[in-house]
Design a protein around this ligand. Structure first.
Ligand code: KG4
Ligand code: ZN
Length: 403
C-alpha cells in the first residue's frame, strides 16, 4: 500500500455510508445518509425509493467523507464497496460509484461481503480507540451536518471528521470517551453472532473469508422479528423498528405474557423466530387489537415479554456455541456480537453474562458501527487489501452503467 488509506462505500439497504479509514484502523472521516424517515411511512424498505435516495446521496456522501478526512481521491490506496448480500437496486448504486471513482483515479476495487464487514469491524482495536479519542480532541470534534441533495426527499446526511469519527457516538467528545473500548485486538479465531434485519448466524471466524457456520435462522432474522412486532404494536418506526421496540419494552413487564422460548427441544445452534412472532400477533389481537393509550400498558408488556423470550433464545444458542468452541478451539477468546440488532443494550448485557460465565470477552462495536455504515466496509477493505484480495482498477466506467 502507498498511503494506507481506504475509502469504503455501503449501500446495500437503506443507509448510504461512506468512510475513509487507514490501514492502522484510524477513521479519518465518514458520512452517513439514512433513509429511515422515507421508509417508516411504508412500514418497510421500498427498494425503488431506496435506490433513488442512494442515487441522490452518494456523490455528496463521498465528497463529505473525503473532505472530513482531509484527503483527495488521489491519495487513496483502494476503494472498498459492499457487493452483497442486499437489495440489488441499492447495491449497484454503490458499486457503480466505487468503479467510477476507481477508474478515474486508477485505484483497485476491494469487493466486500456485507456480513463480513459487520463481523470484522469488531477488530478495530484498543490502541485505535485511544488514538481516535486523542485526534478528536485535537480536531475540536469538528462535526458538520448538512442536508445533501437527498434532503428534499427526507434523507438526512451527516459527516464527521477525524475522531468524531471513529468508535464513539457522533459528537460530543465526552460520549465517545464513555464508550468502553475492548481490551485487546480481537484475534482469529473468534465466535461471532451476526444479528441484523436479514441475517441471524452463529459463526466461527478463523480468518478473512474463513467462516464456519454453526447455526442460522430457519425462518426470520431477529431484526426482522423486532421490526414486525414493532409494526404490529403500532410503534413509531424511528430510527428503526428494533430501536423503537427496545425503548418501548422498558415500560413493560417482561413476564407479563407467557411466550415460550423457541426450539428448546432442538439441541443445536439454529434459530427460529416465526413461532414467537405468531404468538405475539395472537396476543396483540386478543389484548390490544387497536393501539391506543388505554392499552399502552398491555402492549408494553407484550413488547417486554417478546424481547425477554427472543433474547433468551439467543442466549441459549450462544451458550451452546461457546461450549462447542471451547471444546474444539480452546484458543477462542472473544464472542463478537455484530449487525444492527447488536446495538440493543438489553441484548448486550444478557450476552455479556453468557460470555463472562465461559471466561470469554464479549465484544460489541459501538451502536453506530453495528447498524449499516461506511466504516465497516472500509475496514473490511483494509483487511482484504492486506491479503491481496483486491481487484485491478476498472477501465473507464460509463455513467449509468450498472453492475
Ligand atoms: O445491520 P443493519 O443496519 O441492516 C441489515 O443488514 O439488516 O440491521 C438493521 C436491523 C433492523 O431490523 C433494525 O430494526 C435492527 O437492526 N435494530 C435493532 C436495534 N437497532 C437496530 N433491533 C433491536 N434493538 C435495537 N436497538
Ligand atoms: Zn447490515
Amino acid at each position: 500500500p502507498r498511503s494506507g488509506i481506504v475509502l469504503g462505500i455501503e449501500s446495500s439497504c437503506d443507509d448510504t455510508g461512506v468512510a475513509v479509514v487507514t490501514t492502522s484502523g484510524r477513521v479519518l472521516g465518514e458520512s452517513l445518509a439514512t433513509q429511515a424517515e422515507i421508509h417508516a411511512a411504508w412500514g418497510g424498505v421500498v427498494p425503488k425509493l431506496a435506490q433513488e435516495a442512494h442515487e441522490a446521496a452518494i456523490d455528496g456522501c463521498v465528497e463529505a467523507a473525503l473532505s472530513a478526512a482531509g484527503v483527495t481521491a488521489d491519495q487513496l490506496d483502494a476503494v472498498a464497496v459492499t457487493i452483497g448480500p442486499g437489495l440489488g437496486l441499492c447495491l449497484r448504486v454503490g458499486v457503480l460509484k466505487a468503479r467510477q471513482l476507481a477508474a478515474a483515479h486508477q485505484l483497485p476495487v476491494v469487493p466486500v461481503h456485507h456480513m463480513e464487514a459487520h463481523a470484522l469491524v469488531a477488530r478495530l482495536g484498543a490502541t485505535r480507540f485511544a488514538l481516535d479519542a486523542a485526534a478528536q480532541t485535537a480536531a475540536g470534534a469538528a462535526t458538520a451536518t448538512h442536508q445533501a441533495a437527498a434532503g428534499a426527499s427526507g434523507s438526512t446526511t451527516s459527516a464527521s471528521a477525524a475522531g468524531a469519527a471513529s468508535l464513539g457516538p457522533a459528537a460530543p467528545a465526552a460520549d465517545a470517551a464513555a464508550e468502553p473500548p475492548p481490551a485487546a485486538l480481537v484475534e482469529f479465531p473468534f465466535l461471532c453472532l451476526l444479528i441484523s434485519g436479514g441475517h441471524n448466524q452463529l459463526l466461527l471466524v478463523e480468518g478473512v473469508g474463513q467462516y464456519t457456520q454453526l447455526g442460522t435462522t430457519l425462518d426470520d432474522a431477529l431484526g426482522e422479528a423486532y421490526d414486525k412486532v414493532a409494526r404490529l404494536l403500532g410503534l413509531d418506526l424511528m430510527p428503526s423498528g428494533g430501536a423503537a421496540l427496545e425503548a418501548f419494552a422498558l415500560e413493560g413487564n417482561p413476564r407479563g405474557m407467557p411466550f415460550s422460548v423457541p426450539m428448546q427441544r432442538h439441541a443445536n445452534c439454529d434459530f427460529s423466530y416465526a413461532g414467537l412472532k405468531t404468538a405475539v400477533r395472537l396476543a396483540i389481537e386478543e389484548h390490544a387489537p387497536e393501539p391506543s393509550e388505554a392499552n399502552r400498558q398491555v402492549r408494553a408488556d407484550i413488547a417486554a415479554s417478546f424481547q425477554r423470550v427472543a433474547v433468551k433464545h439467543l442466549e441459549e444458542r450462544c451458550r451452546r456455541a461457546v461450549q462447542w468452541a471451547q471444546e474444539t478451539h480452546p484458543e477462542v477468546r472473544h464472542l463478537v456480537v455484530a449487525g444492527g440488532v447488536a446495538s440493543n443494550l438489553f441484548i448486550r448485557s444478557q450476552l455479556t453474562a453468557v460470555a463472562q460465565r465461559a471466561g470469554l470477552e464479549l465484544v460489541c462495536p459501538p451502536a453506530r458501527l453495528c447498524t449499516d455504515n461506511g466504516v465497516m466496509v472500509a475496514w473490511a477493505g483494509v483487511e482484504r487489501l492486506q491479503l491481496g484480495l483486491e481487484e485491478a482498477p476498472p477501465a473507464a466506467v460509463e455513467l449509468g452503467e450498472g453492475e
